[in-house]
Design a protein around this ligand. Structure first.
Ligand SMILES: Cc1cc2nc3c(=O)[nH]c(=O)nc-3n(C[C@H](O)[C@H](O)[C@H](O)COP(=O)(O)O)c2cc1C
Length: 483
Protein backbone atom coordinates (compact mmCIF):
# COMPACT_ATOMS: atom_id res chain seq x y z
CA UNK A 1 0.00 0.00 0.00
CA UNK A 2 1.39 3.37 -0.92
CA UNK A 3 1.16 6.10 1.68
CA UNK A 4 0.44 9.48 0.26
CA UNK A 5 -0.86 12.85 1.31
CA UNK A 6 -4.17 13.81 -0.28
CA UNK A 7 -4.37 17.32 -1.68
CA UNK A 8 -7.08 19.20 -3.41
CA UNK A 9 -5.96 20.72 -6.67
CA UNK A 10 -7.50 23.90 -8.10
CA UNK A 11 -8.75 21.95 -11.10
CA UNK A 12 -11.19 20.19 -8.79
CA UNK A 13 -9.41 16.87 -9.05
CA UNK A 14 -8.12 15.17 -5.96
CA UNK A 15 -4.64 13.89 -6.41
CA UNK A 16 -2.04 12.43 -4.15
CA UNK A 17 1.46 13.55 -3.41
CA UNK A 18 4.32 11.25 -2.51
CA UNK A 19 5.75 11.41 0.97
CA UNK A 20 9.13 10.35 -0.33
CA UNK A 21 10.98 11.82 -3.28
CA UNK A 22 14.11 9.96 -4.28
CA UNK A 23 16.44 12.84 -5.08
CA UNK A 24 17.85 13.33 -8.56
CA UNK A 25 21.51 12.31 -8.53
CA UNK A 26 23.85 12.98 -11.41
CA UNK A 27 25.63 11.73 -13.31
CA UNK A 28 23.70 8.49 -13.81
CA UNK A 29 23.40 7.66 -10.09
CA UNK A 30 19.65 8.07 -10.05
CA UNK A 31 19.29 6.29 -13.36
CA UNK A 32 16.10 4.73 -14.71
CA UNK A 33 16.55 1.55 -12.67
CA UNK A 34 16.56 3.39 -9.35
CA UNK A 35 13.72 5.71 -10.28
CA UNK A 36 11.63 2.81 -11.56
CA UNK A 37 12.18 0.89 -8.32
CA UNK A 38 11.03 3.87 -6.24
CA UNK A 39 8.10 4.89 -8.45
CA UNK A 40 7.12 1.23 -8.75
CA UNK A 41 6.35 1.14 -5.02
CA UNK A 42 4.32 4.34 -5.18
CA UNK A 43 6.78 7.03 -4.14
CA UNK A 44 8.41 9.51 -6.53
CA UNK A 45 11.44 8.23 -8.45
CA UNK A 46 13.55 10.88 -10.15
CA UNK A 47 15.94 10.22 -13.02
CA UNK A 48 18.92 12.49 -13.49
CA UNK A 49 19.19 13.88 -17.00
CA UNK A 50 22.41 15.73 -16.28
CA UNK A 51 25.03 14.56 -18.75
CA UNK A 52 22.50 12.27 -20.34
CA UNK A 53 23.81 12.67 -23.91
CA UNK A 54 27.16 11.19 -22.95
CA UNK A 55 25.54 8.56 -20.72
CA UNK A 56 23.45 7.46 -23.71
CA UNK A 57 26.34 7.06 -26.11
CA UNK A 58 28.55 5.39 -23.53
CA UNK A 59 25.89 2.83 -22.70
CA UNK A 60 25.63 2.09 -26.41
CA UNK A 61 29.39 1.73 -26.72
CA UNK A 62 29.41 -0.69 -23.79
CA UNK A 63 27.10 -2.98 -25.75
CA UNK A 64 23.76 -1.92 -24.21
CA UNK A 65 23.53 -5.03 -22.07
CA UNK A 66 19.91 -6.20 -21.79
CA UNK A 67 18.97 -4.09 -24.81
CA UNK A 68 17.21 -1.51 -22.63
CA UNK A 69 18.50 1.56 -24.42
CA UNK A 70 17.59 0.16 -27.83
CA UNK A 71 14.16 -0.92 -26.56
CA UNK A 72 13.47 2.64 -25.44
CA UNK A 73 14.90 4.12 -28.63
CA UNK A 74 12.55 1.91 -30.65
CA UNK A 75 9.72 4.04 -29.22
CA UNK A 76 11.38 7.34 -30.18
CA UNK A 77 9.30 9.25 -32.72
CA UNK A 78 12.01 9.56 -35.39
CA UNK A 79 13.55 6.19 -36.23
CA UNK A 80 15.76 7.57 -38.99
CA UNK A 81 17.61 9.68 -36.42
CA UNK A 82 17.81 6.71 -34.07
CA UNK A 83 19.42 4.55 -36.75
CA UNK A 84 22.00 7.24 -37.38
CA UNK A 85 22.89 7.36 -33.70
CA UNK A 86 23.08 3.57 -33.46
CA UNK A 87 25.36 3.46 -36.50
CA UNK A 88 27.67 5.99 -34.91
CA UNK A 89 27.77 4.74 -31.33
CA UNK A 90 26.43 1.21 -30.83
CA UNK A 91 29.11 -1.46 -30.38
CA UNK A 92 27.37 -4.84 -29.97
CA UNK A 93 30.41 -6.39 -28.27
CA UNK A 94 31.37 -3.27 -26.34
CA UNK A 95 34.72 -1.49 -26.54
CA UNK A 96 38.11 -3.15 -26.81
CA UNK A 97 40.13 -3.02 -23.57
CA UNK A 98 41.70 0.42 -23.31
CA UNK A 99 39.55 1.84 -26.12
CA UNK A 100 38.34 5.40 -25.55
CA UNK A 101 34.66 6.23 -25.75
CA UNK A 102 33.64 8.12 -28.85
CA UNK A 103 32.58 11.50 -27.54
CA UNK A 104 29.51 13.61 -28.04
CA UNK A 105 30.79 16.57 -30.11
CA UNK A 106 31.53 19.36 -27.64
CA UNK A 107 28.69 21.87 -28.08
CA UNK A 108 29.38 25.56 -28.62
CA UNK A 109 27.03 28.50 -28.17
CA UNK A 110 26.12 28.47 -31.85
CA UNK A 111 26.75 24.83 -32.81
CA UNK A 112 25.11 22.32 -30.58
CA UNK A 113 22.81 20.30 -32.82
CA UNK A 114 24.47 16.90 -32.27
CA UNK A 115 24.70 17.28 -28.49
CA UNK A 116 21.13 18.53 -28.29
CA UNK A 117 19.73 15.68 -30.33
CA UNK A 118 21.54 13.17 -28.13
CA UNK A 119 20.26 15.06 -25.08
CA UNK A 120 16.68 14.69 -26.33
CA UNK A 121 17.15 10.98 -27.03
CA UNK A 122 19.05 10.32 -23.79
CA UNK A 123 16.40 11.88 -21.59
CA UNK A 124 13.65 10.20 -23.61
CA UNK A 125 15.31 6.83 -22.93
CA UNK A 126 15.76 7.52 -19.23
CA UNK A 127 12.16 8.55 -18.59
CA UNK A 128 10.74 5.87 -20.90
CA UNK A 129 12.55 3.10 -19.02
CA UNK A 130 11.77 4.54 -15.57
CA UNK A 131 8.06 4.50 -16.47
CA UNK A 132 8.00 0.87 -17.60
CA UNK A 133 6.06 -1.68 -15.56
CA UNK A 134 3.95 0.65 -13.40
CA UNK A 135 1.56 3.60 -13.73
CA UNK A 136 3.01 5.91 -11.09
CA UNK A 137 4.59 9.31 -11.67
CA UNK A 138 8.27 9.67 -12.57
CA UNK A 139 10.28 12.87 -12.37
CA UNK A 140 13.42 14.36 -13.86
CA UNK A 141 16.24 16.33 -12.28
CA UNK A 142 18.47 18.86 -14.02
CA UNK A 143 20.94 21.50 -12.88
CA UNK A 144 19.85 25.04 -13.69
CA UNK A 145 23.45 26.21 -14.16
CA UNK A 146 23.88 23.92 -17.17
CA UNK A 147 21.92 26.31 -19.36
CA UNK A 148 23.38 25.07 -22.64
CA UNK A 149 22.10 21.56 -21.98
CA UNK A 150 18.75 22.08 -20.31
CA UNK A 151 16.11 22.64 -22.98
CA UNK A 152 16.73 19.51 -25.08
CA UNK A 153 16.74 17.36 -21.92
CA UNK A 154 13.43 18.88 -20.84
CA UNK A 155 11.97 18.20 -24.26
CA UNK A 156 13.08 14.57 -24.37
CA UNK A 157 11.74 14.00 -20.85
CA UNK A 158 8.37 15.45 -21.76
CA UNK A 159 8.25 13.43 -24.96
CA UNK A 160 8.54 10.31 -22.81
CA UNK A 161 5.84 11.51 -20.40
CA UNK A 162 7.73 12.91 -17.37
CA UNK A 163 5.35 13.95 -14.60
CA UNK A 164 7.60 16.19 -12.51
CA UNK A 165 10.68 18.34 -13.13
CA UNK A 166 12.92 19.24 -10.18
CA UNK A 167 15.74 21.76 -10.62
CA UNK A 168 18.20 23.49 -8.33
CA UNK A 169 21.82 24.69 -8.58
CA UNK A 170 20.75 28.12 -9.75
CA UNK A 171 17.46 29.97 -9.89
CA UNK A 172 15.25 28.22 -12.45
CA UNK A 173 13.03 31.20 -13.20
CA UNK A 174 12.63 30.52 -16.89
CA UNK A 175 11.83 26.83 -16.70
CA UNK A 176 8.04 26.91 -16.06
CA UNK A 177 7.60 28.93 -19.26
CA UNK A 178 9.67 26.37 -21.17
CA UNK A 179 7.45 23.57 -19.87
CA UNK A 180 4.35 25.54 -20.90
CA UNK A 181 5.72 26.21 -24.38
CA UNK A 182 6.67 22.57 -24.96
CA UNK A 183 3.31 21.40 -23.60
CA UNK A 184 1.61 23.67 -26.14
CA UNK A 185 3.58 22.05 -28.95
CA UNK A 186 5.89 24.94 -29.62
CA UNK A 187 9.58 25.69 -29.48
CA UNK A 188 10.97 27.17 -26.26
CA UNK A 189 13.85 29.44 -25.33
CA UNK A 190 16.02 30.21 -22.33
CA UNK A 191 18.81 32.68 -21.79
CA UNK A 192 22.45 31.70 -21.62
CA UNK A 193 24.18 34.09 -19.22
CA UNK A 194 27.41 35.50 -20.61
CA UNK A 195 30.11 36.80 -18.27
CA UNK A 196 31.02 40.32 -19.30
CA UNK A 197 28.43 40.49 -22.08
CA UNK A 198 24.80 40.25 -23.06
CA UNK A 199 22.87 37.03 -22.53
CA UNK A 200 22.30 34.86 -25.61
CA UNK A 201 18.93 33.29 -26.36
CA UNK A 202 18.94 29.52 -26.86
CA UNK A 203 15.92 28.09 -28.65
CA UNK A 204 14.95 24.47 -29.02
CA UNK A 205 12.48 23.76 -31.79
CA UNK A 206 11.46 20.10 -32.10
CA UNK A 207 10.87 20.60 -35.82
CA UNK A 208 14.61 21.22 -36.31
CA UNK A 209 15.31 17.77 -34.89
CA UNK A 210 12.99 15.79 -37.09
CA UNK A 211 10.24 15.80 -34.47
CA UNK A 212 6.66 16.79 -35.08
CA UNK A 213 5.50 19.80 -33.02
CA UNK A 214 2.97 18.06 -30.80
CA UNK A 215 1.18 18.91 -27.58
CA UNK A 216 2.69 17.23 -24.55
CA UNK A 217 1.72 16.71 -20.92
CA UNK A 218 3.01 19.59 -18.81
CA UNK A 219 4.99 18.22 -15.85
CA UNK A 220 4.70 19.75 -12.40
CA UNK A 221 7.66 21.94 -11.57
CA UNK A 222 9.36 21.81 -8.16
CA UNK A 223 12.35 24.16 -7.87
CA UNK A 224 14.96 23.32 -5.24
CA UNK A 225 15.43 26.25 -2.89
CA UNK A 226 17.16 26.89 0.41
CA UNK A 227 14.93 29.66 1.69
CA UNK A 228 11.28 30.64 1.82
CA UNK A 229 12.31 34.00 0.38
CA UNK A 230 13.57 32.45 -2.85
CA UNK A 231 10.47 30.24 -2.97
CA UNK A 232 8.26 33.34 -2.75
CA UNK A 233 10.25 35.12 -5.47
CA UNK A 234 9.96 32.13 -7.78
CA UNK A 235 6.21 31.93 -7.27
CA UNK A 236 5.84 35.57 -8.25
CA UNK A 237 8.52 35.98 -10.88
CA UNK A 238 8.89 32.65 -12.64
CA UNK A 239 7.83 32.50 -16.28
CA UNK A 240 4.94 30.16 -15.48
CA UNK A 241 3.46 28.18 -12.62
CA UNK A 242 5.38 26.37 -9.91
CA UNK A 243 3.64 23.44 -8.26
CA UNK A 244 5.80 22.83 -5.19
CA UNK A 245 9.29 23.13 -3.73
CA UNK A 246 12.12 21.02 -2.47
CA UNK A 247 13.84 22.78 0.42
CA UNK A 248 17.39 21.58 0.57
CA UNK A 249 19.65 22.18 3.54
CA UNK A 250 23.47 22.41 3.50
CA UNK A 251 24.00 18.80 4.67
CA UNK A 252 22.58 17.33 1.43
CA UNK A 253 24.79 15.41 -1.00
CA UNK A 254 26.01 16.88 -4.30
CA UNK A 255 26.23 20.64 -4.78
CA UNK A 256 25.10 22.93 -1.98
CA UNK A 257 23.98 26.53 -2.17
CA UNK A 258 26.70 28.84 -0.82
CA UNK A 259 25.99 30.30 2.64
CA UNK A 260 24.11 33.58 2.61
CA UNK A 261 26.01 36.76 3.33
CA UNK A 262 29.77 37.17 3.66
CA UNK A 263 31.27 33.64 3.49
CA UNK A 264 33.19 32.31 6.47
CA UNK A 265 35.06 29.01 6.69
CA UNK A 266 35.83 26.52 9.44
CA UNK A 267 39.35 25.41 10.39
CA UNK A 268 39.50 22.92 7.51
CA UNK A 269 38.14 25.31 4.94
CA UNK A 270 34.49 24.29 4.73
CA UNK A 271 31.87 27.02 4.36
CA UNK A 272 30.04 27.75 7.60
CA UNK A 273 26.25 27.87 7.46
CA UNK A 274 24.09 29.71 9.96
CA UNK A 275 20.54 30.55 10.93
CA UNK A 276 19.99 32.54 7.74
CA UNK A 277 20.53 29.39 5.68
CA UNK A 278 17.60 27.59 7.29
CA UNK A 279 14.22 27.99 5.63
CA UNK A 280 11.35 29.20 7.81
CA UNK A 281 8.75 26.49 7.39
CA UNK A 282 5.93 28.61 8.79
CA UNK A 283 6.62 31.09 6.02
CA UNK A 284 6.79 28.22 3.54
CA UNK A 285 3.35 27.04 4.62
CA UNK A 286 1.93 30.49 3.93
CA UNK A 287 2.90 30.12 0.27
CA UNK A 288 0.29 27.40 -0.01
CA UNK A 289 2.26 24.96 -2.16
CA UNK A 290 3.47 21.51 -1.14
CA UNK A 291 7.11 21.22 -0.13
CA UNK A 292 9.56 18.46 0.69
CA UNK A 293 12.57 18.70 2.99
CA UNK A 294 15.96 17.47 1.78
CA UNK A 295 19.30 16.96 3.54
CA UNK A 296 19.84 14.36 6.29
CA UNK A 297 16.14 13.48 6.44
CA UNK A 298 16.39 9.76 5.76
CA UNK A 299 14.68 8.40 8.86
CA UNK A 300 11.03 7.63 9.66
CA UNK A 301 11.28 10.15 12.52
CA UNK A 302 12.45 12.88 10.15
CA UNK A 303 9.59 12.07 7.79
CA UNK A 304 7.09 12.27 10.66
CA UNK A 305 8.58 15.57 11.79
CA UNK A 306 8.46 16.96 8.25
CA UNK A 307 4.78 16.07 7.95
CA UNK A 308 4.07 17.60 11.32
CA UNK A 309 5.75 20.84 10.29
CA UNK A 310 3.57 21.13 7.21
CA UNK A 311 5.77 19.51 4.58
CA UNK A 312 4.35 16.99 2.10
CA UNK A 313 7.33 14.75 2.87
CA UNK A 314 11.07 14.41 2.39
CA UNK A 315 13.56 14.11 -0.46
CA UNK A 316 16.31 11.56 0.17
CA UNK A 317 19.54 11.13 -1.79
CA UNK A 318 22.49 9.48 -0.05
CA UNK A 319 20.64 6.44 1.32
CA UNK A 320 19.30 5.71 -2.16
CA UNK A 321 22.70 6.32 -3.79
CA UNK A 322 24.24 3.34 -1.96
CA UNK A 323 21.38 0.88 -2.50
CA UNK A 324 21.82 -1.93 -5.00
CA UNK A 325 19.41 -0.33 -7.50
CA UNK A 326 21.41 2.88 -8.05
CA UNK A 327 23.81 3.64 -10.89
CA UNK A 328 26.83 4.06 -8.60
CA UNK A 329 29.63 1.73 -9.70
CA UNK A 330 29.43 -1.36 -7.57
CA UNK A 331 33.04 -1.40 -6.33
CA UNK A 332 32.74 2.24 -5.21
CA UNK A 333 29.45 1.51 -3.46
CA UNK A 334 31.01 -1.47 -1.68
CA UNK A 335 34.15 0.40 -0.71
CA UNK A 336 32.35 3.36 0.83
CA UNK A 337 29.72 1.20 2.48
CA UNK A 338 32.53 -0.91 3.98
CA UNK A 339 34.31 2.20 5.31
CA UNK A 340 31.16 3.39 7.05
CA UNK A 341 31.02 0.06 8.87
CA UNK A 342 34.72 0.18 9.77
CA UNK A 343 34.64 3.37 11.79
CA UNK A 344 33.31 5.89 9.33
CA UNK A 345 34.39 8.07 6.46
CA UNK A 346 34.57 11.87 6.26
CA UNK A 347 32.56 14.03 3.92
CA UNK A 348 34.21 17.36 3.11
CA UNK A 349 32.22 20.34 1.85
CA UNK A 350 34.73 21.54 -0.72
CA UNK A 351 34.25 25.21 -1.63
CA UNK A 352 36.57 24.94 -4.66
CA UNK A 353 36.19 21.51 -6.29
CA UNK A 354 33.22 22.37 -8.50
CA UNK A 355 33.91 24.68 -11.44
CA UNK A 356 30.41 26.10 -10.83
CA UNK A 357 31.78 27.85 -7.74
CA UNK A 358 29.12 26.17 -5.57
CA UNK A 359 30.30 24.11 -2.58
CA UNK A 360 30.38 20.40 -3.44
CA UNK A 361 30.42 17.51 -0.97
CA UNK A 362 33.30 15.09 -1.46
CA UNK A 363 33.66 11.72 0.27
CA UNK A 364 37.24 11.40 1.53
CA UNK A 365 38.18 8.01 0.10
CA UNK A 366 41.70 6.85 -0.77
CA UNK A 367 42.20 5.95 -4.39
CA UNK A 368 39.84 8.68 -5.62
CA UNK A 369 40.36 12.27 -6.71
CA UNK A 370 39.53 13.39 -3.19
CA UNK A 371 43.24 12.84 -2.65
CA UNK A 372 45.16 15.87 -3.99
CA UNK A 373 48.16 13.75 -5.06
CA UNK A 374 45.93 11.67 -7.33
CA UNK A 375 44.28 14.72 -8.77
CA UNK A 376 47.70 16.23 -9.46
CA UNK A 377 48.49 13.22 -11.66
CA UNK A 378 45.46 13.88 -13.86
CA UNK A 379 46.26 15.68 -17.10
CA UNK A 380 43.84 18.60 -17.29
CA UNK A 381 41.47 18.22 -20.21
CA UNK A 382 37.96 19.52 -20.94
CA UNK A 383 36.28 17.09 -23.31
CA UNK A 384 32.72 16.94 -21.94
CA UNK A 385 32.24 20.57 -21.00
CA UNK A 386 28.93 20.67 -19.10
CA UNK A 387 30.24 23.08 -16.48
CA UNK A 388 31.75 25.63 -18.85
CA UNK A 389 30.63 29.22 -18.44
CA UNK A 390 29.92 31.49 -21.36
CA UNK A 391 32.04 34.65 -21.55
CA UNK A 392 32.31 37.62 -23.89
CA UNK A 393 35.65 37.47 -25.70
CA UNK A 394 37.70 40.51 -26.70
CA UNK A 395 36.76 39.82 -30.31
CA UNK A 396 33.11 40.31 -29.38
CA UNK A 397 32.37 36.60 -29.77
CA UNK A 398 30.89 34.46 -27.00
CA UNK A 399 33.15 31.63 -25.87
CA UNK A 400 33.00 28.87 -23.28
CA UNK A 401 35.56 28.13 -20.56
CA UNK A 402 35.85 25.90 -17.51
CA UNK A 403 38.01 26.62 -14.47
CA UNK A 404 39.05 22.94 -14.45
CA UNK A 405 40.29 22.95 -18.06
CA UNK A 406 44.03 23.30 -18.87
CA UNK A 407 45.18 26.45 -17.10
CA UNK A 408 46.75 28.08 -20.18
CA UNK A 409 43.58 27.61 -22.19
CA UNK A 410 41.46 29.07 -19.40
CA UNK A 411 43.72 32.08 -19.00
CA UNK A 412 43.86 32.64 -22.77
CA UNK A 413 40.08 32.92 -22.65
CA UNK A 414 40.29 35.74 -20.11
CA UNK A 415 39.90 33.53 -17.03
CA UNK A 416 41.91 34.31 -13.90
CA UNK A 417 44.65 31.87 -13.00
CA UNK A 418 43.65 31.95 -9.31
CA UNK A 419 40.20 30.68 -10.26
CA UNK A 420 41.70 27.43 -11.55
CA UNK A 421 43.23 26.45 -8.20
CA UNK A 422 41.58 23.43 -6.57
CA UNK A 423 39.02 23.04 -9.36
CA UNK A 424 38.24 19.49 -10.36
CA UNK A 425 36.80 18.00 -13.51
CA UNK A 426 33.48 16.85 -12.13
CA UNK A 427 32.24 15.93 -15.61
CA UNK A 428 34.76 13.15 -16.06
CA UNK A 429 34.89 12.11 -12.40
CA UNK A 430 31.14 11.72 -12.10
CA UNK A 431 30.97 9.77 -15.38
CA UNK A 432 33.53 7.44 -13.81
CA UNK A 433 31.40 7.01 -10.67
CA UNK A 434 28.59 5.71 -12.86
CA UNK A 435 30.92 3.27 -14.66
CA UNK A 436 31.68 5.32 -17.78
CA UNK A 437 35.33 6.26 -17.27
CA UNK A 438 36.95 7.83 -20.31
CA UNK A 439 40.37 6.68 -21.51
CA UNK A 440 42.19 9.89 -22.38
CA UNK A 441 44.92 10.41 -24.95
CA UNK A 442 48.11 8.98 -23.50
CA UNK A 443 46.16 6.25 -21.70
CA UNK A 444 45.09 8.09 -18.53
CA UNK A 445 41.87 6.50 -17.28
CA UNK A 446 39.58 9.00 -15.60
CA UNK A 447 39.25 8.49 -11.85
CA UNK A 448 36.29 8.93 -9.53
CA UNK A 449 35.28 11.61 -7.05
CA UNK A 450 32.38 10.56 -4.90
CA UNK A 451 29.75 12.86 -3.46
CA UNK A 452 27.39 12.13 -0.58
CA UNK A 453 25.53 13.97 2.14
CA UNK A 454 26.87 14.63 5.63
CA UNK A 455 24.80 11.71 7.00
CA UNK A 456 26.66 9.19 4.88
CA UNK A 457 27.82 7.15 7.87
CA UNK A 458 24.20 6.29 8.70
CA UNK A 459 24.36 3.63 5.96
CA UNK A 460 26.63 1.62 8.29
CA UNK A 461 23.43 0.24 9.84
CA UNK A 462 22.31 -1.18 6.50
CA UNK A 463 23.14 -4.64 5.19
CA UNK A 464 25.17 -4.85 2.00
CA UNK A 465 22.98 -5.11 -1.07
CA UNK A 466 19.96 -3.33 0.44
CA UNK A 467 17.35 -2.34 -2.11
CA UNK A 468 15.51 0.89 -2.94
CA UNK A 469 12.28 -0.72 -1.83
CA UNK A 470 13.82 -1.43 1.60
CA UNK A 471 14.63 2.27 1.92
CA UNK A 472 11.04 3.21 1.13
CA UNK A 473 9.71 0.64 3.60
CA UNK A 474 12.12 1.86 6.28
CA UNK A 475 11.17 5.50 5.81
CA UNK A 476 7.50 4.58 6.06
CA UNK A 477 8.21 2.80 9.36
CA UNK A 478 7.62 -0.75 8.11
CA UNK A 479 11.17 -2.14 7.97
CA UNK A 480 14.14 -1.98 10.29
CA UNK A 481 17.57 -2.48 8.72
CA UNK A 482 20.05 -4.72 10.52
CA UNK A 483 23.68 -4.54 9.43
C1 LIG B 1 25.49 11.10 -5.24
C2 LIG B 1 24.58 12.30 -5.20
C3 LIG B 1 24.42 13.05 -6.36
C4 LIG B 1 23.54 14.14 -6.36
N1 LIG B 1 23.34 14.81 -7.53
C5 LIG B 1 22.39 15.78 -7.59
C6 LIG B 1 22.07 16.39 -8.83
O1 LIG B 1 22.63 16.07 -9.88
N2 LIG B 1 21.11 17.35 -8.83
C7 LIG B 1 20.45 17.72 -7.70
O2 LIG B 1 19.58 18.59 -7.75
N3 LIG B 1 20.73 17.16 -6.50
C8 LIG B 1 21.67 16.19 -6.43
N4 LIG B 1 21.92 15.55 -5.23
C9 LIG B 1 21.10 15.92 -4.05
C10 LIG B 1 19.90 14.95 -3.89
O3 LIG B 1 18.98 15.07 -4.93
C11 LIG B 1 19.17 15.17 -2.55
O4 LIG B 1 18.54 16.42 -2.49
C12 LIG B 1 20.08 15.09 -1.36
O5 LIG B 1 20.93 13.99 -1.51
C13 LIG B 1 19.29 14.95 -0.07
O6 LIG B 1 20.12 14.89 1.05
P1 LIG B 1 20.74 13.53 1.63
O7 LIG B 1 21.85 13.17 0.73
O8 LIG B 1 21.20 13.90 2.99
O9 LIG B 1 19.64 12.51 1.64
C14 LIG B 1 22.84 14.49 -5.18
C15 LIG B 1 23.06 13.75 -4.01
C16 LIG B 1 23.91 12.67 -4.01
C17 LIG B 1 24.10 11.88 -2.74
Amino acid sequence: MMQTTAVFEPTGSTSTLPQIIQGGMGVGISHWGLARAVSGVGQLGIVSCTGIDNVLVRRLQDGDSGGHVRRALAAYPNQERVEKVLRMYFLPAGREPGQAYRRVPLPTVTKHGAAWELGVMGSFVEVFLAREGHDNPVGVNLLTKLQLHTVPALYGSMLAGADVVIMGAGIPREIPGVLDAFAAGGPASIKLDVKGGDAVTLTFDPAEYGLERRELKRPKFYPIVTSHILAGVLMKKASGSVEGFVIEGPTAGGHNAPPRGQPTFDEIGQPVYGERDIADLDEMKKLGLPFWLAGSRATPEALAEALERGAAGIQVGTLFAYCADSGLRDDLRQRVHGLTKEGGVDVYTDPLASPTGFPFKVVQVDGTLARPELYAERPRVCDIGYLREAYAGEDGKTGLRCAAEPVDAYVSKGGKVEDTVGRKCLCNALMTDAGYAQVQKGGYVEDSLITSGDSLNDIAAWPRGYRAEDVVEYLLGRYQPGA
